[in-house]
Ligand binder design. Structure first.
Ligand code: GLN
Length: 539
């Protein structure tokens, strides 16, 4: 069969769950026996998400092959249980960069290189390449942003061109939002009607509308969409708010979305189902007993609102591990700067069963995080440090156990007398020359675990592979001293040159990883370290 392409665009507003919708459609088609991959297109100029502040953009999700991508790639990996590669992520910046490079290399054979068709053509080539690499039957392509925005027009143009060339192999789905204004009390379809008109004016007619709303759509609303938006009534699919995103595929299936999509392509289901997934969702819904986890970070605030998007993979990893331990996680965001203003607040950490310090950059809030880590170490509160959380745990141990006053990382204090964390050798010139885009230590690296460690027991194997994103590292000059003072080096690179995991022994759980284990946790395969952390938290 020819590969099929499902384009997903968003209407009315952002943040209505396009990524989860794409991942869920993928999950359904996968469960019907097809090979699926998913692509994210982001309309911004940044070549990747790595140069953006997480409060601007949300989490930077790192792939095995070292790309700094959008958090939706994480959704695809978690739902499809599949590693997604760099080829499956593009931005306006990335697309233009290749077109311009190609022009500089005379690869357009003397032609005038124009925005149309050359930019959409580059987009199409990338979609085809990713499809080939994944050997996919279905490629789901999520177009970031909302229709009507100036900056995704060229991507919609790519959709139009593909649809014109291979009409039998392309469908378009609009994920739209249906408000129920509280003073009116009725669900409104007009914003979606406008979104569909806007798509129409780009030459695109959606085949399905996924209707995001507080509640399912009634027949009256579905009729309206059929009348005003050129879709058969049964192709308006309800997508009401639900408690867990993992239920979305099951909800779509209630309206037979999978079979309807297959029918559009004249295909049949190949007789599989979502048994494991269904069981997981049932388990999630019936798990009541709680485990309280505090996340000490700083990327929470956006204006007057709190948004946890910056740590989405950490949150999902905690959920997977908690469910595997028959617990419902209760997460609390703790702004580390509060501990700097008022150290008495540290005693509030006692309320939690476990504390995580996730990845981070720069000096803001760092001293607050270090005090929180000290409190966990001294009070036997399970602690899990991820990347910066491992570096800061090293600094805390150096200062308060090994007596190295003012130990620090050059990221915070260039003149520290004890740089127990220091700049990685290959990063020195990059930082000096401000070559900061896509130049960190990125992607999957192997790690060898120490036999007597908590980590080795958790993984149950000696060699592991995990994903990284950092410029600084544990300084080996202090390795011997810190080990003598009781710090355990639980994991290193195979050549023993880079420290990848530290542990404090004789503690309920005190583990810091230079890598980001959260990127590899999947709903049905919780990450071993998160699983053991939660187990310790419960105990
Ligand atoms: N800022 C630290 C570094 O660059 C940690 C990075 C992170 O937590 N991802 O090494």
């Amino acid at each position: 069969m020819n590969p099929k392409f499902i384009f997903v665009a968003g209407g009315v507003m952002s943040g209505v769950g396009k990524g989860v919708s794409c991942a869920s459609i993928g999950k359904i088609l996968q469960s019907k026996g097809y090979k699926v991959t998913a692509i994210k297109i982001d309309p911004y100029i940044n070549v990747d998400a790595g140069t953006m502040n997480p409060t601007e953009h949300g989490e930077v999700f790192v792939t095995d092959d070292g790309d700094e991508t959008d958090q939706d790639i994480g959704n695809y990996e978690r739902f499809l249980d599949q590693d997604i590669l760099s080829t499956n992520y593009m931005t306006t910046g990335r697309v233009y960069l290749s077109v311009i490079q190609r022009e500089r290399n005379l690869e357009y054979g003397g032609k005038c290189v124009e925005v149309v068709p050359h930019v959409p053509e580059e987009v199409i080539n990338r979609i085809k390449k990713a499809t080939e690499l994944a050997k996919a039957d279905f490629t789901i392509v999520e177009i970031g942003g909302t229709v009507g925005e100036y900056q995704n027009i060229l991507f919609l143009e790519a959709v139009r061109l593909m649809r014109t060339k291979i009409p039998d192999d392309v469908i378009v789905i609009l994920v739209s939002y249906f408000p129920i204004p509280s003073k009116i009390g009725e669900m409104k379809t007009k914003p979606t009607q406008y979104a569909v008109r806007t798509l129409n004016s780009a030459g695109i007619f959606p085949d399905f509308i996924l209707c995001r709303a507080d509640v399912p759509l009634d027949e009256v609303r579905k009729e309206k969409l059929a009348t005003f938006c050129n879709i058969p009534k049964e192709n308006a699919i309800s997508a009401p708010d639900i408690d867990t995103i993992y239920e979305v595929p099951l909800n779509f299936e209630k309206e037979k979305l999978g079979d309807k999509i297959l029918e559009k392509f004249c295909l049949k289901p190949k007789g599989k189902d979502m048994k494991d997934w269904r069981e997981l969702v049932e388990k999630i819904k019936k798990t009541k007993e709680k485990v309280n986890i505090g996340i000490v970070g700083k990327y929470f605030a956006t204006g007057d609102f709190t948004l946890a998007d910056s740590y989405i993979s950490v949150i999902e990893a905690i959920k997977h591990a908690s469910w595997a331990n028959d617990r419902q996680p209760v997460l609390c965001w703790i702004n580390s700067e509060e501990f700097e203003k008022d150290p008495n607040k540290l005693s509030e950490l006692k309320k939690y069963d476990g504390i995580i310090v996730p990845g981070g950059f720069g000096s803001r809030g760092v001293e607050g995080k270090i005090s929180a880590i000290k409190y966990c170490r001294e009070n036997n509160i399970p602690y899990f440090g991820l990347c910066y959380g491992m570096q800061l745990a090293t600094i805390e141990f150096a200062r308060n156990v090994a007596g190295l006053a003012n130990a620090n990382t050059p990221e915070v204090d260039e003149k520290t007398p004890y740089p127990v964390v220091h700049t990685m050798a290959d990063q020195v010139s990059k930082i000096k020359e401000k070559k900061m885009g896509g130049t960190m230590r990125l992607g999957a690296y192997p790690c060898v675990l120490a036999k007597d460690s908590v980590s080795f027991k958790a993984y149950g194997q000696k060699e592991i592979s995990e994903r990284h994103r950092h410029r600084y590292e544990f300084n080996n000059e202090y390795r011997k001293l810190l080990e003598e003072k009781g710090l355990r080096i639980a994991g290193t690179s195979p050549d023993n040159k880079l420290v990848e995991i530290i542990e404090v022994p004789n503690h309920k759980f005190f583990v810091g990883t230079q890598f980001h284990p959260e990127f590899k946790s999947r709903p049905l395969k919780p990450h071993p370290l998160f699983r053991e952390f939660i187990k310790a938290a419960i105990s």
